[in-house]
Ligand binder design. Structure first.
Ligand code: OOG
Ligand code: NI
Length: 459
């Protein structure tokens, strides 16, 4: 029997091999990430592994896929469910101010600590929103719905095997091999000709709409390795002549703790695709859709910590707009230094970051104090950071957009169609989990242990 985590690790590996064959620049990105990680490990020793062992970080990837309908998303949920990956978080990319994309998204990922340590593979999964009148008028929506209803992304055999793996928590050897083969194939780039004028019609709304609704299959859009020093990686990729997007999304590089997620990518590459003209003739064209992304992960923030992050992001935007010639990264560093805890200790003490807490081995004598702040300050407990396992809507919108040519259009005269986490849960028949609740549960669990170890509730 091959267990779910083994299936997940094998799927991630095979997907990575496949994507490396399809997009060779991805392999360069993975190689450079490994080089940077080895250098950081050499320079920093054990400290480099504070947010994950080097073996976890080396194998760590996230993928991104895009589908068209709730039914397709429900099938995706079954396939990832087979791999022990659950929908976490709801991202509404339609609302991003400068760079709206007509999709709503969730991320499928393992949720408990042990599973994440075994293999943290996650997939950012987006679903097109044809019902949103800000992007699609009634006619286009009807044509899209018809087109999407007539395609089949996943063969029934794949879904049957997926359901079995989900129920039995794994698959026998032979079935596992077949399942992995079918699952990887489902995300390969198809060579079926693309109806050129239909694709172009959707492209006027959004290049993402065309990538999803203009073709009869789905494909992996990018696969993202994790790196321990993303600024260094950016430099080395640029040195190799690979054109990166302008910025690193997320928090700035600064002297304080690494939090949340920093991401950057190289621009989408032209890939040969078969195109069908209105007269039925097929020719070879090129589309720029798929790209390479890389990310550095930091400490998960509590709701309050996240609110502070969002406020800082808005303040950096404001300042950058007021001082168009100023260096945005420099502005961000200044604002962060004024308003964000400069150390892990402060982050923990002020309840802005998630940590697991542990009774210190060499603790003071006498009776322990009763607040977490005092326990930390006086050396009764130590705090180990919990790594952020999720995504950021603003960064995601940036990643989507920076890799697309063409403007797209959004008509703000209309009210948007309502989609939320509850809607998504109903559509896929599985609860979309709240990431904050998952981190909090892990933190509380460790606090229960601390209370017991220090006998905090003794009269
Ligand atoms: C997804 C873009 C978002 C991320 O890492 O934030 C994303 C896509 O391009 O389909 O992958
Ligand atoms: Ni991504």
């Amino acid at each position: 029997m091959i267990s779910q985590w083994q299936l997940r690790a094998a799927f991630a590996r095979r997907l990575s091999d496949m994507y490396g064959r399809e997009v060779p620049a991805y392999t360069t990105l993975v190689d450079v990430s490994h080089e940077v990680n080895e250098d950081v490990l050499r320079a920093e020793g054990a400290n480099a592994e504070r947010l994950g062992t080097i073996s976890r970080v080396t194998a760590e990837r996230h993928g991104a896929i895009r589908v068209g309908t709730p039914q397709e998303l429900e099938q995706v949920a079954r396939i990832f469910g087979a791999l022990g990956m659950h929908p976490v978080g709801f991202y509404d990319l339609r609302e991003a101010a400068a760079s709206a994309v007509p999709v709503v998204s969730t991320a499928f990922r393992p949720i408990d600590g042990e599973e994440l340590a075994r293999n943290p593979f996650r997939v950012f999964t987006s679903m097109l929103t044809p019902a949103d009148p800000r992007f699609f008028d009634a006619d286009l929506r009807a044509r899209l719905d018809t087109f999407l209803a007539s395609r089949r992304l996943f063969p029934p055999e794949l879904l049957t095997l997926a359901d079995r793996a989900g129920t039995d928590r794994g698959l026998p050897d032979e079935d596992a091999t077949r399942f992995l083969q079918l699952a990887v194939e489902a995300f390969e780039l198809s060579c079926e000709p693309i109806d050129r004028s239909w694709y172009a019609t959707l492209e006027k709304v959004s290049a993402v709409a065309a990538d999803i609704g203009g073709v009869r299959s789905t494909h992996i859009n990018h696969l993202t390795p994790r790196v321990l020093d993303i600024d260094e990686l950016y430099r080395r990729m640029t040195e190799r002549g690979i054109e990166m997007i302008d910025t690193i999304q997320g928090p700035p590089r600064w002297s304080g703790p690494d939090v949340l997620l920093r991401q950057t990518s190289f621009r989408a590459l032209a890939e040969p695709r078969a195109l069908r003209a209105p007269d039925g003739s097929v020719s070879s064209g090129a589309l720029r859709v798929r790209f390479g992304e890389v990310e550095a992960r930091g400490i998960a923030l509590t709701r309050e910590g996240r609110a502070r992050y969002d406020t800082l992001l808005a303040r950096v935007d404001e300042q950058a707009a007021q001082h168009p010639t100023a260096d945005r990264a420099e502005l961000a560093r200044t604002l962060w230094a004024e308003d964000f805890p400069g150390s892990e200790h402060e982050l923990a003490r002020r309840g802005l970051g998630y940590f697991t807490y542990h009774a210190a081995a060499d603790r003071p004598l006498g009776a322990p104090p009763t607040t977490l702040g005092e326990l930390l300050d006086q050396g009764w407990v130590r705090a180990e950071p919990i790594v952020y396992e999720d995504f950021l809507p603003r960064s995601a919108a940036g990643i989507f957009q920076s890799n697309l040519s063409g403007e797209g259009s959004k008509n703000t005269d209309h009210e948007g169609a309502a989609y939320d986490s509850g809607w998504l849960s109903d559509a896929i028949g599985r609860e979309v989990l709240d990431p904050f609740a998952l981190y909090e549960r892990q933190q509380n669990h460790s606090l229960d242990h601390v209370a017991r170890d220090l006998d905090l509730f003794a009269a």
